[in-house]
Design a protein. Sequence first.
Length: 311
Amino acid sequence: MHRFTVMLISLAVLTVLVLLPCACGGGLFPDPNLETAVNEEIDRAREDNPEADYDDITGLTAIGKEIVDLRGLQYCTGLTTLCLASNSISDISPLVNLSRLEELTLTWNQVSDISTLSGLTSLKGLYLGDNRISDITPLAGLTGLTTLHLHNNQITGISPLSGLTDLTELNLSYNLISDISPLSGLTGLTTLSLYDNRVSDITPLAGLASLTTLKLYDNEISNISTLSRLTGLSVLGLSDNEISDLSPLSGLTNLMSLDLDGNEITDISPLVANSGLGAGDYLDLTDNPLSTKSVKTYIPQLRNRGVNVQW
C-alpha cells in the first residue's frame, strides 16, 4: 500500500512538472529571438562580472530580430536603455516595472496601447514612431522627457503633451493633427516636426522662441505671420502649403535652410530683404508661380550672395 501511494504521488508530481512552463531555457522568454538577444547581453556583462544575471543588464539593443513577445523582460529590472526597433511587437505590458528606463525605442512595430508607459517616469528619450498609436494620454505624466518621437501614427489630439515642458525635440509628423495649441507652453523646444498633418493655424507656436528647426511641410497653412517672432530659426520647412506672403520671413536672419516648394508664392522680395541669407544657405522655391521679377531679378540677386536657390 505504501509503495502504491508513493507511486501515485510521484506520478502526480511528474504530471505537474510536465504541465508547468519550464523556468529555464525558453520559459522565461517565450520568444526565442528575444531570449537570444538577452543571453548575448548577459554574456557580455559576464566578461566584467561573472555573476551577472538578468537584473544586471543595463542596455539591450535588438533591431529587426523578428521579436513578437516581450515576456521575460520584466526580469531585466536594471535596464536603462532598450531599443527594439523594427520588430513585430504589439503588447508592451512586460515593460511595466522597468522603472529605471531612461531611453526606450519601439519605432517600427505594431504598438497601439501605450498605457504601460505611464509609470516609467525616468524616461528622457521615447521613440514610438511608425506604430498604431492614437491615444497618447499615458504620456501626460512623463514630465522628464526631453525627446519624444510619435511620427507616423494615428494621433489626432495632443493635449496630453501640454505639461511636458522639458521637451527639446518633438516629432509629430504623419499624423492627423489639426489643433497644436497644447504645444504653446513647450518653450524649451528647439526642434519641432509637424509635417504631413492637418494644421492651418500656427499661432500657438508664437512663444517657442528657442526653436532652431521647424518642419511644417504638407499642411494647410496660408498665414505665417507668427514666424516673424521665431528669430532663432536656422532650418524652416514650409513646402506644400498654401503660402503666398513671405514678408514674415524677412527678419529671420539666422536661416540657413528654407524649403518653400509647392506653395502659391509669386513675390520673393522679402527673402532678398533678409540680410542673413547668404553664402552656403539653401532655398527651395520649386513649384511656385513666381513672378517675372522674382525669376529675372531676385533669384539672381540671392545667387550673387551665395545662396543655393532651387526653382
